[in-house]
Ligand binder design. Structure first.
Ligand SMILES: *Cc1c(COP(=O)(O)O)cnc(C)c1O
Length: 384
């Protein structure tokens, strides 16, 4: 499996994509094609444990990892770390509606699904692609990623981790979780500004040649634990495959029969993992992209105009308080038929004017599968 950048053609293996995090041109690494499971593959996976399903998915993407490396990574990440015998159980909440329980990890955030596994993927990848350099992981967080990444990387040899969070933009519990983190290789830093400022700052550091040179001289290399890193996405594809297998196993779905997913969205990572699962053959029909009052994605899906020139609201769901949704860039790349020039132009428009408009045929394609919606804090509270 090879990877290229969303903004210009390049060629990287999985190890390089994961070790590096962000492509040299500031774009995101995307797979050049998608592995697919057949109906027989799904029938087999239905009988498997979560760890075995994870092995099956990862081995299709991380083709420069050995089977033994993948087995060690998934077994270590998901054995004895979650408070449930299966890391991602599927529960029926009402007839025909199921909840994928993604909160059984050590920090109670769904981010644990990926961030318990990422340290193993990243250190293995760095051993292959970064010739054993110390990996310095920079993380921008709106609250949940920070703690989940700190928990995953604390005291992992060969890594250091620095987390940047918006001083007034996370909950009191999230702040306490992060600032009390123990470990010799961890640093936590509050910034003035919101999540978008933190994420933009981190991306600027990644693309700063002088900074990269200084790090290289010290035997170090930057990487990312945000969902801009493909290594964050691939573990998330697994739970959509796994949920589908559970639906088949319980006879809720017949082979080939489809279902919809509703995903609370911020940086568009979780919902993109669902899209990637569907490209692998999981029959997801509609993707319901759920937002809070920062409803930039709802507006985008309805109009084709992505416009960040708007007020930023601090809500009771801080992990979704985002106006620059990074992984949408990967979605645009696929919607434009893998055209990096088109994506580079949109990203330049976003940087210079704070907005972009997609082509009419792209909007039409988007609306065939995506539905956007949002609700305010009062509606969230009432629902809970
Ligand atoms: C991170 C997070 C989200 C947003 O996920 P993305 O992958 O950034 O779209 C939504 N809800 C919670 C609780 C989160 O921690």
């Amino acid at each position: 499996m090879r990877f290229t950048s969303t903004r210009s053609r390049c060629d990287a293996g999985a190890s390089q994509a994961i070790a590096q995090g962000l492509a040299d041109d500031g774009g995101l690494f995307v797979p050049t094609d998608f592995p697919a499971f057949t109906a027989e593959d799904f029938a087999k996976l239905t009988e498997c444990s979560y760890v075995e399903r994870a092995e099956a998915v990862l081995s299709r993407y991380l083709t420069d990892f050995t089977a033994e490396e993948i087995r060690h990574a998934v077994t270590s990440a998901y054995t004895g770390t979650f408070d449930h015998e299966e890391p991602a159980p599927l529960k029926e909440v009402s007839p025909g509606t199921h909840m994928l329980e993604l909160w059984h990890g050590p920090t109670c955030a769904f981010k644990d699904m990926a961030l318990q596994l990422l340290p193993y993927l990243l250190t293995t990848a760095a051993g292959k692609a970064a010739s054993g350099k110390t990996i310095v992981i920079l993380v921008a967080t709106s609250g949940d990623t920070g703690k989940a990444a700190l928990d995953g990387f604390a005291n992992v040899p060969g890594t250091r981790i620095v987390v940047f969070y918006p001083r007034d933009g996370v909950s009191a519990m999230q702040k306490r979780q992060m600032t009390t983190q123990t470990g010799d290789n961890v640093t936590v830093c509050a910034i003035e500004g919101n999540f978008d400022n933190a994420q933009t700052g981190v991306k600027m550091i990644f693309s700063d040649e002088a900074m990269k040179a200084e790090l290289a001289a010290a035997g170090m290399e930057f990487s990312s634990a945000n969902s801009i890193n493909f290594g964050r996405l691939v573990p998330q594809i697994v739970y959509y495959v796994s949920a589908y297998c559970d639906l088949l196993k319980e006879g809720r779905l017949q082979p080939g029969e489809g279902f919809h997913v509703a995903v609370p969205t911020g940086n568009f990572g979780n919902i993109l993992a669902a899209v990637y699962a569907s490209k692998m053959g999981v029959p997801i029909r509609k993707f319901l992209c759920a937002s809070n009052r920062n409803c930039i994605l709802t507006d985008f899906i309805r109009t084709g105009v992505y416009d960040r020139n708007r007020e930023f609201y601090t809500t009771t769901s801080p992990s979704m308080d985002i106006l620059i949704s990074s992984n949408l860039e990967r979605m645009l790349y696929h919607l434009y038929g893998n055209d990096p020039a088109a994506v580079a132009q949109l990203m330049a428009d976003l940087k210079e004017q704070g907005k972009y408009t997609v082509a009419p045929e792209v909007l039409q394609k988007l609306q065939e599968t995506f539905v956007g919606g949002w609700c305010d804090d009062a509606a969230v509270e009432e629902t809970i």
